[in-house]
Ligand binder design. Sequence first.
Ligand code: AMP
Length: 281
Amino acid sequence: MILFKNSDQLGQYISHVQSNGRKTALIPTMGALHAGHLSLVDAGKKSGYLTICSIFVNPTQFNDPKDFEKYPITIEKDIYKLEKEGTDILFLPTIDQVYPQGFPRNEKYDLGQLEKVFEGQFRPGHFQGVCQVMFRLLSIIEPDHLFMGQKDYQQCMVIKWLINFMKSKTVFHGCPTVREPDGLAMSSRNVRLNEEQRKRATTIFESLSYLKNNLSKGNLSALLDKARSILTARGFKIDYLDIADADNLERVGIWDGRQKLVALAAAFLDEIRLIDNIVLN
Ligand code: AMP
């Protein structure tokens, strides 16, 4: 694995690789890597692409400064895991390499409705920060392919919008959520859960599975009430637990039996915020 810390040097290396006909895949992360991240590297490798994993904890996407301060950093373990996975390149930039002009102040992406619901509603400014960092990573690397996780369903939609907005040639791939054996979606933030919280954390997946297993045509409000009560009964404070159109994230109250649906959840377990989703049909 080759380590790059400098954006220009990485950009030059990638264009050299591409001019020799090799396709490239970017896997952007914030580190504290787990099997979910590694599944994205694996997907890129299986397709025969040169894999570039970036690790950068982007300050501009944290709406809560405490969440940024407490974000787990495990760089040595991350390097070991990436090496073992056969990753070709690790991009480990400093803030200056990503934001050479300083943090963007007046940069605004017009995400429309996408930014007004779910994560956009509960984490104001979060997707602006995501677009800022992804705009730069895509501009520096210009990868042929981009692999991201459906664990962050709405983020996938935002990035597809960004690729289109940038008129970029990068092809987007949304990969399935990797889960622990008990169903908990793998997440860097899971390391912050103590033993008791870790046991309770599976309730998010249980409530989403309840929606999937009991979905039927017609009014969805009783089903949603029951799913929310599963979470609150175990001490979760819910930001949202809802069913939406899988293609545009508009909330669905009455289901016609055909529309493609996704159930999305975000809830606090004490001070730790967990998110998850499942496509229902
Ligand atoms: P993060 O480091 O949390 O910014 O995540 C980096 C990438 O890994 C994003 O595309 C995430 O959606 C993806 N990811 C995070 N957790 C999982 C998971 N459990 N399964 C699959 N992909 C994931």
